[in-house]
Design a protein around this ligand. Sequence first.
Ligand code: C2E
Ligand code: MG
Ligand code: MG
Ligand code: MG
Length: 280
Amino acid sequence: RAKLVGRNTYSFFTPEMRAQSVRALQLENALRRALERDQFTLHYQPQVCITTGQLTGVEALLRWQHPELGQVSPAEFIPVAEDCGQILPIGEWVLRQALVQLRVWRNQGFALKTMAVNLSAVQFRQPQLPEIIKRTLAETGLEPGCLELELTEGVAMDDPRAAIATMDQLHACGIRLSMDDFGTGYSSLSQLKRFPIYKLKIDQSFVRDLDDDANDRAIVSAIIRMAQALGMQTIAEGVETIGQLAFLREQGCTEAQGYHCGRPQPAAQLQALLAAQLLC
Ligand code: C2E
Ligand code: MG
Ligand code: MG
Ligand code: MG
């Protein structure tokens, strides 16, 4: 971030950097009020069993609608929220909102197994995290096994031993952990084998060109076989075509997620999908 650039180096502060930091400041200020002003919602994207085609769970994805800035992408505002400390209250809101929604669906008789929630590395390092999660599960009357926390490889970057201790603690509570964007971050296989990870999420960058790229097919097939050997489930992200789905199924990938199976959508729309599943 530009603001980290020291006094003596101001001459490297290019117009582009200035524009970026103005935008970041603007987002930062707006983020501080976003929760109280009710500007966040969650969308839910289907996660589908690749052999039966049935909905097994959904991933909660945060959406922010600001009156002047419009709809801001989480890819842009999450890093800003991490930098300014807002990610903690926002992340806690996401967790609660997602679990309350699952409670509502369960009460209505929909058999939805899991709710996947993205966790920022900053949240993951928060000492109170396990307590917050346990409390939220208790308050919504949900079993820990219904919650899937999506972590990125970055959580283990600074202090792998502390990260493993936190993962073990969450795992011991019965919560499932999945490794998001697998293959794109800082990851060492020697660490991966120590992580109590339930599921690998194959990053969409490997899935995108599966239909034409033999290298991507080799990588994806190797990830699936490695996961199988380590006793982990696999879910492919960004599945958009029948060809991709067929290859993943043939390779033994367990689940699929992507526009082909369903877009991230508001709760009411997802509920219509759940209702349709009930009827067949
Ligand atoms: P992610 O967790 O890897 O989520 C997957 C992203 O891929 C989502 O983008 C989703 O809308 C998009 N996607 C799903 N299927 C397809 C597809 O078939 N094709 C393509 N091209 N894209 C697809 P989104 O919702 O913009 O979120 C971006 C990232 O922001 C997420 O990546 C996640 O890292 C972060 N994020 C979103 N919500 C939260 C949250 O509540 N907390 C935290 N900490 N991060 C979040
Ligand atoms: Mg995710
Ligand atoms: Mg991902
Ligand atoms: Mg991502």
